[in-house]
Write a protein that binds this ligand. Structure first.
Ligand SMILES: [Zn+2]
Length: 262
C-alpha cells in the first residue's frame, strides 16, 4: 500500500490558465470587437500560445511524490519518450532494494530520496547526497537496466561524504550490492565481469565486485559490511584487509587470480 500524488510543474499549470484565457479572448475578439482590436487580441493570443507550447514541447517537467512506510521518493522527469512502465519499474525497484540496503548497511540513510530524469545529464546516472540524476536516453535504449537504481541508491546508503576512501572500493561495493539485490539483472544482460588475466582489484565496478564476492566466500563473509561501516565512519585503512582476511589486498588478489571460482 502506498500513497500517490501527482503535481505538474507550476509552469505547466500557469500555461493551462493562459491557454484558457487566450481561447476566451479569441472568441470574444471574434464576436464583439472592432477589426483592429480583434487583430491585436489574435496576435497576443498567438504569442501567448507559442510561449506555452514551445516550452511544453521542449522542457515539460513532472514531479511525482511517492510515500511508502517511512520512505519518500520524489521523482522528477523533464524528458519525453521514456516509457511509463520503465519509470514505474524504477520506482518499484527503489522501494524494494533501498530498505534492504538500509537494513544491511546503514539504518540512518536518508529517508527522502530524489530521482531526477534529466535531459541535461549526459552520463548514465550519478548520485550526490540523496539526489540521483538519470540520463533518459540510457533508459530509452536500455529499458531493462532497472538496477542502475540499485547501484545508485547504494551510494546514498554509503554516505561516505568527504571521508578518504578508495573510489574503486566504493564502486565495487555498489556493484556487489547490485549483484546481490538487483531485481532485473538477468533481463538486462548484466552480470559480474568474468575474471581474466590483466585485471586489477582497482578496476572498480563489476571487477572489484566479483573479487569481493570471492573474498566473502573464501575468507570472511563480513568483509563488505566491515569495509562499508569503516568507510562511513572515516576509519578505513588498507590494514583492514589483513585484519579481516589474514592477507593484504595484493596477496588476496594473487590468490584470487590463481583460483577465481565464485
Ligand atoms: Zn557508482
Amino acid at each position: 500500500m502506498h500513497f500517490f500524488s501527482k503535481n505538474h510543474h507550476l509552469k505547466k499549470k500557469q500555461s493551462e490558465i493562459i491557454v484558457f484565457v487566450a481561447a476566451i479572448a479569441l472568441l470574444v475578439g471574434k464576436l464583439t470587437l472592432t477589426m483592429k482590436l480583434t487583430r491585436f487580441i489574435k496576435m497576443a493570443s498567438l504569442l501567448a500560445l507559442l510561449q506555452i507550447i514551445l516550452p511544453t514541447l521542449t522542457n515539460a517537467s513532472t514531479t511525482d511524490t511517492i510515500k511508502k512506510v517511512e520512505l519518500t521518493l520524489v521523482f522528477t522527469d523533464n524528458s519525453t519518450g521514456i516509457d511509463a512502465t520503465v519509470k514505474q519499474k524504477m520506482i518499484d525497484a527503489f522501494f524494494k532494494v533501498y530498505p534492504q540496503e538500509m537494513a544491511r548497511f546503514n539504518a540512518n540513510a536518508s529517508r527522502e530520496v530524489i530521482f531526477a530524469i534529466d535531459t541535461a545529464y549526459k552520463g548514465v546516472a550519478a548520485t550526490s547526497g540523496h539526489y540521483v540524476r538519470y540520463n533518459p536516453t540510457w533508459f530509452v535504449k536500455h529499458p531493462e537496466d532497472i538496477d542502475v537504481v540499485t547501484h545508485e541508491v547504494m551510494h546514498i546508503v554509503q554516505a561516505y561524504g568527504r571521508n578518504r576512501v578508495p573510489g574503486w572500493l566504493t564502486e565495487g561495493i555498489a556493484d556487489y550490492v547490485r549483484y546481490k539485490y538487483g531485481v532485473n539483472n538477468e533481463a538486462a544482460g548484466w552480470k559480474l565481469t568474468d575474471f581474466k588475466a590483466g585485471q586489477s582489484y582497482t578496476n572498480a565496478y563489476r571487477i572489484t565486485a566479483r573479487f569481493l564476492v570471492w573474498v566473502e566466500k573464501n575468507k570472511n563473509p563480513e568483509t563488505v559490511n566491515k569495509f562499508d561501516a569503516a568507510m562511513r565512519s572515516g576509519k578505513y585503512s588498507d590494514e583492514m584487509w589483513k585484519e579481516l582476511t589474514g592477507k593484504t589486498v595484493d596477496e588476496l588478489w594473487q590468490e584470487y587470480s590463481a583460483n577465481p571460482v565464485i
